[in-house]
Design a binder for this molecule. Structure first.
Ligand code: PLP
Length: 447
């Protein structure tokens, strides 16, 4: 099939996630055809360094035979087993145990989902069940951060703060409340870490007071805000928020869908701060994007409260594909790879990436460089002193993305003029250097 006829078929039939339907029909789809390591090739034969690991997920890189083999072996042996009604598969049980063994603190109980949105959605249901089970059903309000992204399920989209995910849907999100982000580059309290932490703690306290001290069920935060523009909190921020949640009797949910599985260095970013959330969501790097899977981690006290509350009755939450054995087999192999050198390589490549991006600070368009490990961003401005954002007419999410693509680089170009980087952890030095060179080339063409 020629790529032209694919474009026509796509235009006529495929509804794309998070796309302007009309804009997409005009522009046409870009079809990716094959990939190896950190390099992806489109249907015209144009090769690029994937600076975004698909969608922050292909941590192991493309074309890893042992992952393909693990999936094939599981498919041959047992392609499906339900987790319902106390049934199960060996791969799912083993993966849950291996993950619990490595998770922070007492996050010993793992509930598998199909991805990140339904992982977040599941936490909302678990949090509500928990609050009912412990006799505080009035705790039914949720707080999250401005610029936060927690997926696009009907419930989880409420926790997401990005207006695009609310506009036009008319869904009631009155149970959902936001406090300002820690966004250091554009924070009204300035960039001093202590001031930012104090402001976030004060904002959470004030919001709880406003809603009603006995009404708040949970607070959600990403260890680094991803889709909001790769916003990195100051060291100590997560710890401070975790502590205030404990003091105010609010569950703390860490959304590690992007940061989990080596993206910031360790297996889980919560480890960076030595904190143990009450619940934790993961997906993406769990299977390195080869097959869909997410995982919710529940702490002992959350799990036991729910279990005791339900007694002999079933907890009515589950999907046909929860704990899918093929996804679990892939997860086990990916976990093995992380520990056989992938995490280590990611840390080394991450240091090179951050140094490379910092070397772009001399460019007239680069206002801010931020990140941790293999998760980073540069923020473009037209005036560094005034931090003037790129004008909307510059259309960064299309024009800069297109230029980078033509230059052989896939990045995430946010409409706000922020360029996001989340390359596969398998990147070689040459891949990282290529990302930096091609970014500079793209910026020069943007001047
Ligand atoms: N939570 C966070 C922090 C995310 O970044 C994402 C997706 O990017 C999600 C949840 C939703 O995950 P998914 O797209 O797998 O549904």
């Amino acid at each position: 099939m020629t790529s032209n006829s694919l474009v026509e078929l796509d235009r006529a039939h495929l509804v794309h996630p998070v796309a302007s339907y009309r804009g997409h029909e005009r522009a046409g789809v870009r079809v990716l055809k094959s990939a190896k390591g950190a390099i992806v090739t489109d249907a015209t034969g144009h090769s690029m360094i994937d600076g975004f690991a698909g969608l922050w997920c292909v941590n192991a890189g493309y074309g890893v035979e042992s992952i393909v083999e693990a999936a094939a072996k599981q498919m041959r042996e047992l392609p499906y087993a339900t987790g319902y009604f106390s049934l199960g598969s060996e791969s799912a049980i083993r993966l849950a145990a291996e993950l619990a063994d490595r998770a922070p603190g007492d996050l010993n109980h793992v509930y598998f989902t199909l991805g990140g949105s339904d992982a977040v959605d599941s936490t909302v249901r678990f949090v509500r069940y928990y609050q009912h089970a412990r006799g505080t059903p009035q705790k039914d309000q949720f707080i999250s951060l401005a610029s936060g992204y927690h997926g696009s399920s009907t419930v989880g989209a409420g926790l997401t703060a990005l207006p695009l995910f609310h506009a036009g849907f008319g869904l009631p999100f009155d149970w959902q409340h936001k406090i300002p982000s820690h966004y250091a580059y554009r924070n009204p309290v300035g960039s001093d870490p202590a001031a930012i932490i104090a402001a976030s703690v004060a904002a959470l306290r004030a919001k709880v007071e406003e809603i009603g001290p006995d009404r708040v069920a949970a607070f959600y935060a990403e260890p680094i805000q991803g889709s909001g523009g790769v916003l990195v909190p100051p060291d100590g921020w997560m710890k401070a928020m975790r502590e205030v949640c404990r003091e105010l009797d609010i569950l703390f949910v860490a959304d590690e869908v992007i940061t989990g599985f080596g993206r910031t260095g360790p297996l889980f970013a919560c480890t960076d701060e030595g904190i143990v959330p009450d619940l934790m969501t993961t997906a993406k790097g769990l299977t390195s994007g080869y097959v869909p899977m997410g995982a919710v981690f529940l702490s002992d006290h959350v799990y036991n409260t729910i279990a005791d509350g339900a007694g002999e009755s079933a907890v009515g939450h589950g999907y046909t594909y929860s704990a899918h054995p093929v996804s679990a087999a892939v997860g086990l192999e990916v976990l093995r790879l992380y520990e056989a050198g992938l995490l280590e390589n990611g840390r080394r490549a991450g240091a090179r990436l951050m140094a490379g991006l910092r070397s772009l600070s001399d460019h007239p368009l680069v206002g801010d460089v931020r990140g941790r490990g293999m998760l980073a961003a540069i923020e473009l401005v037209t005036d560094k002193a005034r931090k003037t954002p790129l004008p909307a007419a510059a259309d960064p999410s299309h024009r800069i993305f297109d230029r980078a693509w033509d230059n052989g680089l896939v990045i995430r170009a946010f409409a706000t003029g922020i360029l996001g980087y989340a390359p596969p952890l398998c990147c070689t030095d040459a891949d990282i250097d290529g990302i930096i060179e091609r970014t500079r080339m793209t910026l020069d063409q943007t001047l």
